[in-house]
Design a protein. Structure first.
Length: 280
């Protein structure tokens, strides 16, 4: 690394570190957050995050984000706010060092910032893919509930049948926890709230609202029948997504075939031109 770049990096740190220090002093009450005897580093950081006034670095906000994006389902107890921030910092440092290795501090900073936000991006993409696969399952849930309640089965008992009908593992796991919650605690509102917190998907929000309204009004059959009519729009959306995905695959195959044929043609013409040039 050149001397000028080292000096530039040093100057950047001299600007950033005081700003971070001021931010920490303004947002943390150190009298309350001094490390207690026997407290682990993770507990100490977690306690500081719980008192953070900045939403992005607040313990409860991060915990809610991880739960709603499926990180808790995928990684279990490892998906904690402290671990998440540690991964983000490691990604920042790793990509920053990659950028620095090319003798470019701006590239290092750009890559570092990208690395810091990369875990958020990956979780959002994973959640979006889950939401797409859950559409057909949600329609199946409504159909199952409508048939079961029409037959005189209680709505809470019908949810057990929904668990058996769905295919998405994340939704299946959440439904199992929901039915267990309802059967053991008998507090449907709280159980639905805990269920809803596991997702960031508008259709799940609607599902929880419908179940609450059905339980409160006692007209679950009517509510579900009305909703079943709206499911036609959902089914059309599912079919449209599947058609678009199929069209993209077909276009990709056609593009690869075209590129392959073009490459063969160019190669053949090139060989012929070279052969003709050698003859003359």
């Amino acid at each position: 690394m050149k001397l000028e770049q080292v000096l530039l990096f040093k100057n950047i740190l001299l600007i950033i570190l005081p700003v971070l220090l001021v931010f920490i002093v303004m947002n943390i009450d150190w009298k309350e957050n001094l490390s207690k005897a026997g407290e682990s580093g993770a507990d100490f950081v977690g306690r500081i995050l719980k008192k953070s006034k900045l939403n992005y670095f607040n313990f409860h906000s991060i915990q809610k984000f991880l739960k709603a994006r499926g990180a808790v389902y995928m990684f279990g107890e490892m998906a904690t706010p402290v671990t998440f921030l540690l991964v983000k910092l490691l990604a920042f440092l790793l990509l920053f060092m990659v950028g620095i290795s090319f003798d470019s501090i701006p590239a290092g900073l750009i890559l570092g910032v990208f690395g810091f936000f990369m875990p958020d991006i990956l979780l959002n993409v994973s959640n979006s893919m889950d939401n797409d696969t859950m559409l057909s399952d949600i329609k199946c849930i409504y159909d199952t509930l409508r048939i079961q309640t029409k037959a005189g089965v209680f709505l809470s008992a019908s949810l057990c049948e929904c668990y058996l009908a769905v295919k998405n593992r994340r939704l299946k796991s959440a439904l199992l926890e929901l039915t267990n919650d309802i059967s053991t605690r008998r507090e449907i509102d709280d159980a639905l709230e805990r269920f809803n917190e596991k997702f960031d998907f508008g259709q799940i929000d609607i599902f929880c609202i419908v179940i609450r309204q059905s339980m409160e009004s006692g007209r679950s059959v009517k509510v579900l029948e009305d909703l079943s009519l709206q499911m036609n729009d959902l089914q059309r959306a599912i079919n449209m997504k599947e058609k678009e995905a199929l069209d993209r695959k077909v276009q990709a195959i056609e593009l690869m075939l075209f590129i392959g044929l073009l490459a063969v043609t160019v190669y053949s013409l090139g060989v012929e031109v070279i052969s003709s040039a050698l003859i003359f």
